[in-house]
Design a protein around this ligand. Structure first.
Ligand code: FES
Length: 150
């Protein structure tokens, strides 16, 4: 198996996996970063969203071989001190119901707000629409993104 050295949450890690191994499995099975969730496995639900070089990316459909030299951030590394403002907003609005999709939602929202700190309601809808929530907590998710933006 080839060795890949990747930078995850600011720390270089070397893993021995085949080149087509999804980043999601490296995170969860090799590095025990289980905050990133498996939902659909085919890039459709957003539960597995992480940041790669600051962009929201679906780790289930990102092979380990394409992330060399890139910075990966997971929900565990989103903030180095206390909660990230998006996580604070999630708490304030009491967003989660079952909670399963929330890490992916937060990673999508935080990457979006880093690029657009005062979005319109339509821009929030557009940015978040690919992240599925089985409990349909969409109104609270939307509200929390608004709160985090202010
Ligand atoms: Fe990756 Fe659904 S698990 S998008």
């Amino acid at each position: 198996m080839p060795a890949y050295t990747v930078k995850i949450n600011g720390k270089e890690q070397t893993v021995n996996v085949s080149e087509d191994t999804p980043l999601l499995w490296v995170l969860r099975d090799q590095l025990n970063l289980v905050g990133t969730k498996f939902g659909c496995g085919i890039g459709q639900c957003g539960a597995c969203t992480v940041h790669i070089n600051g962009n929201a990316v679906r780790s289930c459909s990102t092979p380990i071989s394409v992330i060399a030299e890139k910075e990966v951030t997971t929900i565990e590394g989103l903030s180095t001190e206390g909660l990230h403002p998006v996580q604070e907003a999630w708490k304030e609005v009491d967003v989660p119901q079952c909670g399963y999709c929330q890490a992916g939602q937060i990673m999508t929202a935080s990457a979006f707000l880093a690029k657009n700190s005062s979005p319109s309601s339509e821009e929030i809808k557009s940015a978040m629409h690919g992240n599925i929530c089985r409990c349909a907590a969409y109104n609270r998710i939307h509200k929390a993104v608004e709160v985090a933006a202010n």
